[in-house]
Design a protein. Sequence first.
Length: 162
Amino acid sequence: MLWAPSPVATAGSKFMSVPSPANLKRHLIAQGFELYRTLGDRVMLAERVRDNLIMDAGVSAGFDSQLSVRFVVRVQSSDFRGESPEQLFARARAAAAKSVERGYEEVGATVVPVSDPGDSARTLDTWYEVALERSVADLDELFNELRYALELNKTVGAERSG
C-alpha cells in the first residue's frame, strides 16, 4: 500500500491523507531532515557523523494508516558485564521513561548480536534495543516529534571516568 486515506490534520488544511512515501520524503527534506532509507512503511532518518558519512539515526517516520514517530533506545551488554537480558532491557526502558510520559509506547524489544565484520561466526557484542512509537496528528507534529527523538540520547552506556 503506497498511501492510506486516513484523515490527518495539517496546519494549512483541515484534513489530508497520509502522504505517499515520495511526498513524505519531500516534506522531510524540505524541513531539513536527512534521510537514510525507506524500509516498509517507515522513512528512516540519518545523522551526519562526518561531512562524508551518514548513519541510521534510530529514528523514523511512519506513514502506514497514520503518521507516527518511532525511535530505538539501545544498551550494549559489554558496558554492563554480568547483567541479565532483563536488567539490560530495564536500563533501556528507564532511559526512555520521559518519552513514555510524552505519549510514546513500547512497540518492541529486540536482542541484536553485533558480528565481527571479518568473521560473521564471532559475536563482538550484543545490543538490547527497545523501540518506542507515538502517533501524531499532522505533519507539524511529526516534524516536532522527529526533532525531539533526534535530540535524545538513544544509547545507554556505563559511566566512564577519566
